[in-house]
Design a protein around this ligand. Sequence first.
Ligand code: CAO
Length: 460
Amino acid sequence: MTRRTQRGQPQMAQIEIKVPDIGDFKDVGVIELLAKPGDAVQADQSLITVESDKASMEIPSSHAGVLKEFKVKLGDKVSEGSVIAIVEAAAEAAAPAPAAAAPKEEPKTAPAPASQAPAAIKTEAPAAPAAPAAPAPAAAALDNTRPAINQPQGLPHASPSVRKFARELGVPLAEVQGSGPKGRITQEDVQKFTQAVMSGTLQTQAQAARGGMGGAGLDLLPWPKVDFAKFGPIERKELSRIKKISGANLARNWVMIPHVTNNDEADITELEAFRVRTNKENEKSGIKVTMLAFVIKAVVAALKKYPDFNASLDGDALVYKQYFHIGFAADTPNGLVVPVLKNADQKGILQISQEMGELAQKAREGKLGSADMQGGCFTISSLGGIGGTHFTPIINAPEVAILGLSRSSLKPVWDGKQFAPRLTLPLSLSYDHRVIDGAAAARFNAYLSQVLADYRRILL
Ligand code: CAO
C-alpha cells in the first residue's frame, strides 16, 4: 500500500546512491556526470561515468526519482560503496531496484551484481575499432572488413555514452576536439561539432574528401520533412539495428563508388539437370545443392582469370587478393547480412552447399559472428529463389564488384534450325568503374556465362 502524508501526498525519501560491486576496481576517477540536479531519473539510468586504466563504467541509479544532488565531482575517486548522489524517491519505492533491471548491453566481463543494479562496464581495447554503425560483431552487415571512413585505428578518448551518442549522429569522433580532462570528448563537444557541420562552418574529413559541401561535392537539399499524419493515419517503427548498419554502408557505397551494371544471361539447362541429379544422388546426406553453389565456384574461376575483380582500392594502389572468400547476401527477418564462405576455391560443390546452408541458418537466427562476415573478396546477391529478371546490386566496399542473380526461366533460343527451350539465368554484374573498364566487365560476365553453360570449362 502507498504511504501518504496527511494531505494525501506520497511520502518522499532521500536515497543515497552508492557505487555497487565493481569487482577489483578501486579508486576509479569520475570522468563524467550524466545528469544534473533536478532531473527525473529512472532506476538503472546511468548517473556518472568512472574510468580506470583499463575500462570505463557507467554507474546507474538504483532508484527512480529526482536527482537532488551529486556527492561527487569530476576528478573525484570512488570505490564500491562510495555515495555518488542523492535521489528523492517515493518512500514505497525506496527498496533498491532488482539487479535484473541492469542495462541490456551488460558485457560478460562485468563483475557479478550485488543487491544493487551493477555498473555497465565497457572495456576500451584500442585494437578493435568499431565502425560508427557497427559496434558488435553480429552487427557487421555489409562492409565489415574495415573500419568505416575516418574511423581511427585507436579509439578516441570518450566515454561509452558519448561514443554511443556520436554513433547515433554519425559523428566521426576522431575529428572532434575534446574539451574535457586530458582532452576527453564530452557530449557537448559532439553537439558543438554537429552544429558546426550543419551550419557549414566546419567540414568532416569525408566531406572534404568528396570535394567539400559546394562545387564538386554533394550539395544536396535537406531530406524532405513531411507531417504524414496530416494526410492519414500512420504508425512509426524504428529501423532494426541491422537495417541501420547496412543502410549506412549501402548509402556510402552507392555515393562513393561509380557503379555500372553489366547484364548478361547464362544457359544453365545442362547444369540444372546435373544439379537435380546431384540432389537425387545425395538425398540421404541432407545436403541440398542450389544453383548458387555452382555460381560461387564459377565466380572463383572468373576471379582467377580476371584478378582485377578480386582486388580492392587502397588509395592510388590496388591490393590483389590471392585467396577466394565469397560473400553471399542473406535475407533475414531483421534485414540483410553477408556471411562469407571462406576458401571457396578449395571446396567442392557439396561442401560449399553445406557451409552455405549453415551460414544462412546462422544468419536467420542472428547468430553470425564477426569472423563469419569478414574477409570477403566478392559478393553474390541471389534473388533467384524469389523472382525478378535483372537488378542493380550495390557493391560491398572495399570489394570492386558484385554479382546479382535473378530467377532462371525457360526461353526459346534459336539453335540454327529451330527454337529450343533453354533454361536461362540472368546475371547482373555491378562493378566499380574506377577499377574495372566496361570491356573487362563484359568479358568477366561472358566468361561466367560460358562456364555455367558448360561447367567442364572450369577444368581448363
Ligand atoms: N532461379 C530459379 N530458382 C532458383 C534460383 C534461380 N536463380 N536460385 C534458387 N532457386 C530456387 C532453389 O532451387 C530453391 O528451390 P526449391 O525450394 O524448389 O528447392 C528455392 O529457389 C529457394 O532457394 P534458397 O533461397 O533456399 O537457396 P539459395 O541457395 O538460392 O539462396 C540465400 C540462399 C541465403 C542466398 C537465400 O535464401 C537468400 O537469402 N536470398 C536473398 C538474398 C537477398 O536478399 N539479396 C538481395 C540483396 S540486395 O538488397
